[in-house]
Design a protein around this ligand. Structure first.
Ligand code: FES
Ligand code: FES
Length: 172
């Protein structure tokens, strides 16, 4: 490629929130930019340029990924879940979303989409985690506001609700 020549674009196709999507992108396009700029899914955030904050976390083929750390072409053919796909089929809040709402698991909300997607995978892998396991499970996601206490309560709430337990009191 000579200097000043734009790189050839490639078509990247995947399933996002149950819908087949595709777009022409430069090979260097990161997955987070593909989601936000090409698909208009702006729920996943960019909070750092060091792969530390986790605000960009989405679910890809059954695992949590930081979508700022991989190219869109690496997700070609994959199955992606973002916060826009987290609500129940009838539009009501999922147990995790309800938990964050009821337990005040957010303040500014910047970390929340990534936090919820990470918690989603955590509860798939371990439906009844201890508080310590929750803290370890979200250790790749940074929150600058809450002090994490209510995030842990929110995930606990969702775990209890999803396992059918009746939780009588939401966290103060
Ligand atoms: S934007 Fe911070 S880890 Fe991806
Ligand atoms: S709620 Fe503000 S960064 Fe987590």
């Amino acid at each position: 490629m000579s200097q000043g020549t734009k790189p050839a674009k490639v078509r990247v196709a995947m399933k996002v929130n149950g819908r087949e999507v595709s777009a022409e992108v430069e090979p260097r396009t990161l997955l987070i930019h593909y989601l936000r700029e090409h698909l208009g899914l702006t729920g996943a955030h960019i909070g750092c340029d060091t792969s530390h904050c986790g605000a960009c976390t989405v679910d890809l083929d059954g695992r949590s990924v930081k979508s700022c750390t991989m190219f869109a072409v690496q997700a070609d053919g994959g199955d992606v879940l973002t916060i826009e796909g987290m609500a129940n089929a009838d539009g009501s809040l999922s147990a995790l979303q309800e938990g964050f709402h009821k337990c005040h698991g957010l303040q500014c909300g910047f970390c929340t989409p990534g936090m919820i997607l990470r918690a989603h995978r955590l509860l798939k892998e371990n439906p009844n985690p201890s508080d310590e396991e929750i803290r370890w499970g979200i250790s790749g996601n940074i929150c600058r506001c809450t002090g994490y206490q209510n995030i842990v309560k929110a995930i606990r709430y969702a775990a209890d609700k999803m396992s059918g337990a009746t939780r009588k009191e939401a966290a103060e």
